[in-house]
Design a protein around this ligand. Sequence first.
Ligand SMILES: Cc1cc2nc3c(=O)[nH]c(=O)nc-3n(C[C@H](O)[C@H](O)[C@H](O)COP(=O)(O)O)c2cc1C
Length: 186
Amino acid sequence: MNDWFTTIDGIATRVWGRLVQAANERALIGFATVSPTGDPEARTVVLRAADRDAGVLEVYTDLQSDKITSLRAHSQASVLLWDEDLKLQIRAKCTVTIQTGADVMDRWGDIPDHSRLSYGITPPPGQIIAHSKAYTKAPDPEVFAVLSCTVTHLDAVHLGRPHRRAAFTRDPASNKGEWTANWLAP
Ligand SMILES: Cc1cc2nc3c(=O)[nH]c(=O)nc-3n(C[C@H](O)[C@H](O)[C@H](O)COP(=O)(O)O)c2cc1C
């Protein structure tokens, strides 16, 4: 549909379609959290899964990384994606559940050996080291974590003519998880 951005349902469908595509392509997204002291912190991560029906996005990380400390203090995160071809910015506010151990061993099993090296670094990520190579990597399923991000708010901006902006809000715990959609001034 070429004019997907003219209807609010069209935007919702395109936004979720784009997130699913990004997950299939292992695309990079911005992932922002709030530190225990209230500081904003953003970083690049790979989007691993997107499920419209469940309203959930997935990211993999190291359980020892600082973002875990932040998410334990404040479970909210913000996801950012810009698609130059579609002229579409997607922002998602999420409530994050940290999954580890037996719950995530199916995902661990699907990760290629060379990629498993991203989970299991000594000393832990973010620690001061004596020189740039003073660390070792060994895959460790014990520190592999899946961030299950339940989307509560989506904000989509389409930079067409005219610019259009739509917001989608959902409380998974009430109203049967229905989305409320509104056009916003861009
Ligand atoms: C291209 C790229 C992809 C990355 N993918 C991930 C990822 O999927 N998960 C992750 O935890 N960190 C990933 N990182 C590293 C993070 O950006 C970040 O440096 C690291 O997770 C430590 O962040 P923290 O100290 O805020 O927890 C990636 C970095 C780059 C440059």
